[in-house]
Design a protein around this ligand. Structure first.
Ligand SMILES: Cc1cc2nc3c(=O)[nH]c(=O)nc-3n(C[C@H](O)[C@H](O)[C@H](O)COP(=O)(O)OP(=O)(O)OC[C@H]3O[C@@H](n4cnc5c(N)ncnc54)[C@H](O)[C@@H]3O)c2cc1C
Length: 476
């Protein structure tokens, strides 16, 4: 019997699993997808919000501020890309400036450090591409950018190295109460556990309702983005927001940790929780709105579009609590933005709830750390030569856009929470994230995956279960 079963391997499940892996507990993480971080955690703005936006007194405000303060050290510890680049909320008229002053005051109440209201010349000095009609901005130095799926993967890798079991492709279909806890049922396996932590993202209400009375509803809200080529990556140095409305934080423009530019998202209530399609009309709107902030983005250099699904709950705040009518069943639900930022702090709260629920936490001795991922292009010439001598696979470039070597790809495939699909490899080592979007390296990655997994090329998946790329040979 497990002590704790976590449903969902997104950033919340990953943060909680890593935190709990430090203790002598028998833990399993289940996810319905064939890879970790394959829900909302892989499709968002990747911003570590400063925390001035959330209403004071809410859980969102509390855990945003705390989460932000943890990021720098956490990412250093886990060797995950993070940059404290700061953010600006731009104001173009008196109405916006009134809002900016309100955000500043809210930030003070939320105890956000390093905020300042800038005038036009101060803004233009640090962000010369901002439109001329800007009149002021809220500058928050503590905001940052991160590799969101890289962080979730790293946290789960750390957790697995320290004894947590991770089982993918396991959709929880039913939960039953048993004497000492719960029976969790998937299509082909059952799990007995004392406690359950529900981190099922946009599905967290459905999972909650499997064992407890309905107490909240999740309304999916989709957001669409453009990813721009690195030619556009330096159009801004910080995350640039517009003044928020009730539908969200508005269209933002932000650098990414890998040097691209992200433009989006819109905000659209949608019925189908899995509909992650992008649409021409919505993307057009995103593009038009972005021009309000920065006028010289070359949209012909867009290399990809994508959308993410917000888990908007009818309670309007994060739900982090034990279900009233299901003792030992904890919801981590309605984790919309700033959920990525808040996740490490949410994990601390979950630990407190477990202690309150009688879980005895005994620290493990000799905790292990995940091995650093060597990025070949970041090494000095001497280090590169040394590495190639030890392993000639580092001398073979597979992705020409991002200059990723076969050695790096093999390393991430062979790890504890390794990549098993073309997109899984892309998220971990980045082949296919460049301008050609895998046009050149895609087939090479497929060959490497087939060889490593000892399967035929036709069995290699692009991403989710069933996403086959090749169907057979056209020539003998
Ligand atoms: C457009 C957009 C922009 C955002 N921007 C930011 C931002 O810049 N900064 C920020 O801080 N936050 C941002 N967020 C919010 C942030 O992305 C989320 O709060 C966070 O990713 C939620 O993580 P999670 O682990 O709760 O959910 P998820 O990442 O969705 O993980 C849930 C997991 O549960 C699994 N699951 C579901 N049902 C079952 C089941 N029955 N059985 C087994 N597994 C199941 C899913 O497969 C999934 O992997 C944004 C969100 C969106 C949509």
């Amino acid at each position: 019997m497990y002590d704790i079963l976590i449903i969902g391997a997104g950033i919340c499940g990953a943060s909680i699993a890593r935190n709990l892996s430090k203790y002598q507990l028998n833990i399993v993480v289940l996810d319905k997808e064939n890879d970790v971080a394959n829900g909302t955690t892989k499709a968002n703005s990747a911003i570590v919000h400063a925390g001035y936006d959330a209403k004071p007194g809410t859980l969102m405000a509390k855990y945003n501020a705390l989460g932000n303060s943890m990021y720098e050290e956490l990412c250093k510890e886990l060797d995950v890309p993070f940059k404290k680049c700061g953010s600006l909320v731009l104001g173009f008229n008196d109405e916006d400036m009134k809002h900016i002053h309100e955000l500043y005051e809210r930030g003070l109440m939320n105890k956000i450090p390093d905020m300042k209201i800038l005038n036009k010349s101060e803004i233009k000095k640090i962000e010369p591409n901002v439109q001329e009609n800007v009149i002021g901005a809220l500058y928050a130095k503590s905001a940052g950018i991160v590799g969101p799926w890289e962080l979730a993967i790293a946290m789960l890798e750390d957790a697995v190295i320290n004894g947590v079991k991770l089982e993918l492709g396991k959709e929880v279909l039913k939960i039953e109460k048993i004497n000492s806890g719960y029976k969790v049922v998937t299509e082909n396996k059952e799990y007995l556990t004392k406690k359950i932590i529900n981190c099922a993202g946009v599905y967290s209400d459905i999972v909650h309702n499997m064992i407890a009375k309905k107490s909240f509803e999740i309304h999916p809200r989709r957001g669409q983005y453009y990813v721009m080529d690195k030619t556009q990556g330096e159009k801004v140095n910080r995350t640039i927001f517009q003044c928020p409305t009730i539908m969200g934080k508005g269209v933002l423009i932000t650098p990414t940790v890998h040097g691209n530019l992200l433009v989006g998202p819109d905000s659209e209530d949608i019925k189908d929780r899995d509909d992650l399609s992008t649409t021409a009309d919505r993307l057009h709107m995103v593009r038009e709105q972005s021009i309000k902030s920065i006028g010289n983005i070359e949209f012909k250099d867009s290399i990809r579009t994508f959308s993410g699904m917000r888990a908007e709950s009818d309670r309007g705040d994060f739900i982090i609590e034990e279900a009233l009518d299901a003792k030992g069943f904890y919801d981590v639900a309605g984790i919309k933005s700033p959920g990525l930022t808040a996740a490490p702090a949410i994990a601390i709260r979950v630990l407190e709830l477990l202690i309150e629920g009688g879980v005895e936490l005994i620290l493990k001795e000799n905790l292990k750390k995940r091995k650093k991922h060597k990025i070949f292009m970041n090494l000095s010439s001497e280090e590169k030569n040394e590495l190639i001598k030890k392993d000639p696979c580092y001398g073979k470039i597979v992705c020409r856009c991002e200059m990723i070597t076969e050695g790096e790809i093999l390393d991430i495939i062979r790890r504890e929470v390794g990549g098993t699909t073309v997109d899984g490899v892309k998220r971990r080592a980045r082949p296919g994230t460049g301008r050609c979007q895998g046009g050149f390296c895609g087939p090479r990655v497929q060959e490497i995956l087939a060889k490593e997994q000892k399967i035929s090329l036709e069995k290699v998946l692009m991403d989710k279960e069933g996403s086959y790329i090749l169907v057979g040979k056209t020539k003998k």
